[in-house]
Design a protein around this ligand. Sequence first.
Ligand code: C2E
Ligand code: CA
Ligand code: CA
Length: 412
Amino acid sequence: MDKNNNSHIKRKKFKAGEVIFREGDLRDDAFIIETGSVEIIRGYETDSPTSVAILKEGDLFGEMALIEPGLRSASVIAKEDMITYIISSSVLEDRLQGLDPIVMSIFSRLIEGYRFARIEKDQTGITFNKFLSDNYDRVSNIAALGNFSDRKNDALKELALEQEIRRALDHNHFKPYLQPIVSLADRKIIGFETLIRWHHPERGLIMPDEFIPVAERMGLIQAIDRKMLEMACDVIPKMYEAVQGKNMPFISVNLSGVNFEDDSMVAGISDVLKAAAVNPASIKLEITESAFIGNSDKAAKILEGLKELGVTIALDDFGVGYSSLGYLHKFAIDGIKIDKSFTKRARDNSRGMDIVEAIVNLAKTFDLGVIAEGIETQEDVEALTKIGCIEGQGYLFGKPLTVEEALSKLLH
Ligand code: C2E
Ligand code: CA
Ligand code: CA
């Protein structure tokens, strides 16, 4: 669960008139303009400089560095005080790992074609670098593959959000909220699910759906999940004191599937649990099936490793993704959570209820616990109880609460 430094995108400021790189320099990084503009010039510092292009916010330059080593084909000068993001080849490589394999394959094919074209051009006597700069607009249009300006804005937004997520991590702006999980028969609290909230100094409260997917793409989710686990561990002694050691509720923590790509994940979690000196039995890790796609044997081993730490494991959002019966016996899980969309379907029609009943029966066959999510009405409780579901979570019992609110709710 270590922060992956390869994927860390740095920023750099340049003053108006400053040379960002010179024609003939060895290529290293590519740049994306955060603010300001640059001019691309061939023959800069010669008698006949030629301006090739002016690039603005969101534009990419120096990208040949990411394709193959070589020399810069033009110089790039800051036209005003400006800031760029620096995209190194290790950043690119790291992020390519997370790409959809189809996109990845198309991308690799395009790069190959690009290199091939260079060799062809060299053989016909025109250097590819000259060809590129003579045809700068055309080449960048070809590369755009669709609506590039939208994509540019998306990239800029995502880069800005990434910087903000890093700041939020450093300044502890992520807070755990706790939603009660109850026993349906008597509504007694048996546990809490930790749900992240971002207390943004300017934008106020930000919900996880707005930043978790970006954090996953950027390789920041490991640090976020680790922090949430640490904060959940901090709550445990307070809860223990509140209940005076009797019927200690468990605390569940969400663990993104991205963590499973990291070989040091189990050791990282073990470190957190040891440092906090909590009883691991109080911790439940919620994992979605996405963690199991790809190398499922490896995922199974990681789960075994987690179980050995003494924590319990719940399969989150059951039924939503790739659910397959095969998973249930292959992976060392203790229970499943029925996604709120199924609870809603069960509320809406009897066929929906049949599906939930089938899931509950399936879980029983494999000796797994079941927690139904998204319980909003008393009718939900009655219907779920009838089909043998005994634990649940939802607005009917309580919204996600601050730690203080959760502790006081536990006492009442
Ligand atoms: P999830 O794990 O399925 O969490 C349950 C979501 O359902 C939460 O949304 C919760 O507030 C919401 N919910 C609870 N009861 C009800 C109900 O009765 N009705 C309805 N309509 N919704 C209910 P939230 O807090 O917005 O979290 C969204 C998702 O973000 C979570 O879904 C989880 O996948 C992810 N997430 C949250 N915290 C973390 C975290 O620390 N790490 C990671 N990796 N993911 C997190
Ligand atoms: Ca969850
Ligand atoms: Ca869920």
